[in-house]
Design a protein. Structure first.
Length: 277
């Protein structure tokens, strides 16, 4: 896994027809590969390839369809030297992607959706993103109930980490993600970002995925109260990237790579007092 003395930039390639921000744009495998290579040219350290939308309300796709979408894109990018992450909740997809060259498994369910996932990750030895999750897309909004979101998310993440460790995943493989927007309302997302230091105290690298999410559009709503469209909240996404990187996040997952790569470099220079490339 690359490390350059700064927060890493994970660029998103959604090989889906229905993802919330760019569904359908990269659904064709050749288009997805071209886009992934463009993201690397723009400064992505990792390209995150996903074949199943996890937007609120999204329906699950069959296993065979997810494999059909993901495997050729992962294989083609890895063959060209790209550090590829596979965004999946299914152990079979993760295993196929790692065999095709994926260097990281990004599981938004943290192993809850497929109990075999930790065993597959343990056997592969690749880094594993354990995200905070309370249920599939059709359930997540109803489960966004917290007394103290920061405390509860930290506790639930710790339990998930303990569980995957017990299944054989090594500590050095684990990266955690608070799951912004997943069973989180607007106020929950801001509380988690404000408490990023508390999440870092769990002792694992921290991935932040705020890019183009609904809570940013709501913050930027006009006088009529209508939220900004997803693709018009990129400046706010940049602000989150810079602040997360300055706070010590291991990585940020983003749609627009070049400006976010610039932001993490600024944050690294600010933190260190010198240029970090």
């Amino acid at each position: 896994m690359p490390y350059k003395g700064r927060c890493l930039v994970m660029g998103v390639v959604n090989v889906t027809p229905d993802s919330f921000s760019d569904g359908g744009r990269w659904f064709d495998p050749d288009a997805a590969v071209r886009h992934g290579l463009q993201l690397v040219e723009q400064g992505a350290d990792i390209v995150d390839v996903g074949g199943e939308s996890t937007r609120p309300g999204a329906a699950r796709v069959p296993l065979d369809e997810e494999l059909r979408r993901v495997e050729p894109v992962v294989r083609a990018l890895a063959a060209q030297g790209v550090t590829v992450s596979v965004d999946t909740m299914r152990a079979e997809v993760a295993e196929a992607a790692v065999q095709a060259g994926a260097a990281l498994v990004n599981d938004v369910s943290g192993g809850l959706a497929d109990p075999v996932m930790p065993q597959v990750v343990a056997a592969s030895g690749v880094p594993y993103v354990v995200m905070h999750w309370r249920g599939h897309s059709h359930q997540m909004d109803a489960r966004a109930v917290y007394s103290d979101v920061l405390v509860e998310v930290a506790e639930e993440l710790r339990k998930r980490v303990d569980s995957v460790l017990a299944e054989g995943v090594a500590e050095h493989q684990i990266i955690i993600d608070p799951g912004l927007g997943f069973a989180k309302r607007t106020e929950h997302n801001w509380a988690l970002l404000a408490g990023i230091g508390r999440l870092s105290e769990l002792g694992f690298p921290l991935l932040i995925g705020a890019s183009r999410k609904r809570f940013l559009g709501r913050l930027l709503a006009g006088p009529d109260g209508v939220p900004r469209p997803f693709d018009e909240s990129d400046d706010a996404s940049l602000a989150v990237t810079a602040l997360a990187a300055h706070a010590g996040a291991w990585g940020v997952r983003v749609h627009q790579v070049r400006p976010n790569a610039d932001a993490v470099r600024v944050a690294a220079a600010w933190r260190s007092g010198e240029e970090v490339r």
